[in-house]
Design a protein. Structure first.
Length: 386
């Protein structure tokens, strides 16, 4: 069925949004075939964002673990994470469609910042919705967005977190469909968003596959990535899905433990449900209400997951595991000390899983997607080191 990955995905939205989703899908299909548009995007990815990113052989970590570890360095991109691949791509697509206004919603603020960045360079009007609670918790990102020229609308209704921000963004989209593109930040939301975001992030896997073949003349045994909504993971997995010998691991945030409310591991501990316009694994209570979630890393703190991951879980092609807060912190430490690279706490979950399961990876070659850098996470360490 169109817009589904097996049982998952779909378009669970108000009737009034269906024409906008149809228009978006059609434009996306022509964009993909348009050589000029793609060349322009590639120029921005290269000269502005800093692609291609290195595939770095982590020698010290390799010696420590007895596992050959390569890191895909998305942390080196402009604005510090893989999110810019998607925001540059979707804003180019919006321009291609003749839109002049971008809206987005943001929880921790990282997607809001990546959106405001791409909107600034590409000359688009930008409005970001952010829950009041999140805005209080994430002041530096609020300031960044404003500095970059975005209008931040603080949402004071409902939960005053991501959920209310999503509702307000959707309402805005319905009112301003002609001029406005709604820029979704991960492989989530109604069809065609999961496809579009996967397409713009698939450059990670394309590069990584080429790079590992150049460096060691063979494919890796395994590829690991953290999963919040799932965009950096889908991005790198796309390069290896057809290589049956390459094991793929998606690592969710186990938080403080797998009791409801203490983690954000939707694939590990959730069940199928509808949120954000799509059917996918979802953390919910007995009544089907979306559950409170927790993770030490703001970027993994999302109760759902992209529908393609739900499909890849059921099909068995990708294995999903969890890394707990303390294990992610340990990995964060280890990489900083051994390699001089401070990883994002999100990415530290993929590393943490590798470290705790090192015995099953001994003498193997693995690629870990280092989705972002950790400077933004330093406030969390307050009290741990100083
Ligand atoms: C936002 C973010 C994530 C989580 O998003 P995905 O869509 O799951 O990739 C992971 N890592 C970093 C560094 C992020 O900023």
């Amino acid at each position: 069925m169109k817009g589904y990955f097996g049982l998952y995905g779909g378009q669970f939205v108000a009737e009034t949004l269906i024409p906008a989703l149809d228009e978006l899908e059609e434009a996306f299909n022509s964009f993909k075939k348009n050589k000029e548009a793609k060349e322009e995007l590639n120029r921005y990815l290269k000269d502005y964002a800093g692609r291609s990113t290195p595939l770095y052989f982590a020698k010290n970590l390799t010696n420590q673990l007895g596992v050959r570890v390569y890191l895909k360095r998305e942390d080196l991109l402009h604005s510090g994470a893989h999110k810019i691949n998607n925001t540059l791509g979707q804003i180019m697509l919006a321009k291609f469609m003749g839109k002049r206004r971008i809206i987005a919603e943001t929880g921790a603020g990282q997607h809001g910042v990546a959106t405001a960045t791409a909107a600034a360079i590409l000359g688009m009007e930008c409005v970001v919705y952010m829950g009041e609670k999140d805005a209080q918790r994430q002041r530096p990102n609020l300031l960044r967005m404003k500095l970059l020229g975005a209008e931040v609308r603080i949402v004071k209704k409902g939960s005053r977190t991501l959920k209310s921000a999503i509702n307000e963004a959707l309402k805005d989209w319905v009112r301003n469909i002609k001029t406005t593109h709604y820029l979704i930040g991960s492989v989530v939301g109604p069809h065609p968003f999961p496809k579009i975001v996967a397409y713009f992030q698939s450059i990670i896997g394309k590069e990584a596959r080429r790079q590992i073949l150049l460096k060691q003349k063979s494919l890796p045994d395994a590829v690991l990535a953290c999963v919040g909504g799932g965009s950096n993971a889908i991005g790198i997995f796309k390069g290896f899905l057809k290589d049956k010998g390459v094991e793929l691991y998606g690592i969710e945030a186990g938080g403080e433990g797998l009791e409801l409310g203490k983690h954000s591991a939707a694939l590990t501990a959730g069940r199928p449900g509808i949120m954000h316009g799509a059917l996918s694994y979802l953390l919910q209570n007995e009544d089907g209400q979306v559950a409170e979630v927790h993770s030490i890393s703001a970027g993994l703190d999302y109760p759902g997951v992209g529908p393609e991951h739900s499909f890849l879980k059921d099909s068995g092609r990708v294995r999903y595991g969890v890394c707990f807060d303390n294990e992610a912190l340990e990995a964060f430490n280890m990489l900083s000390r051994l390699e001089g690279i401070i990883p994002a706490l999100e990415s530290s979950h993929a590393l943490g899983y590798l470290i705790k399961n090192r015995e099953s990876f001994v003498n193997k070659t693995v690629i870990v997607n280092l989705s972002g850098r950790g400077d933004k996470d330093l406030p969390i360490l307050e009290g741990i080191y100083v």
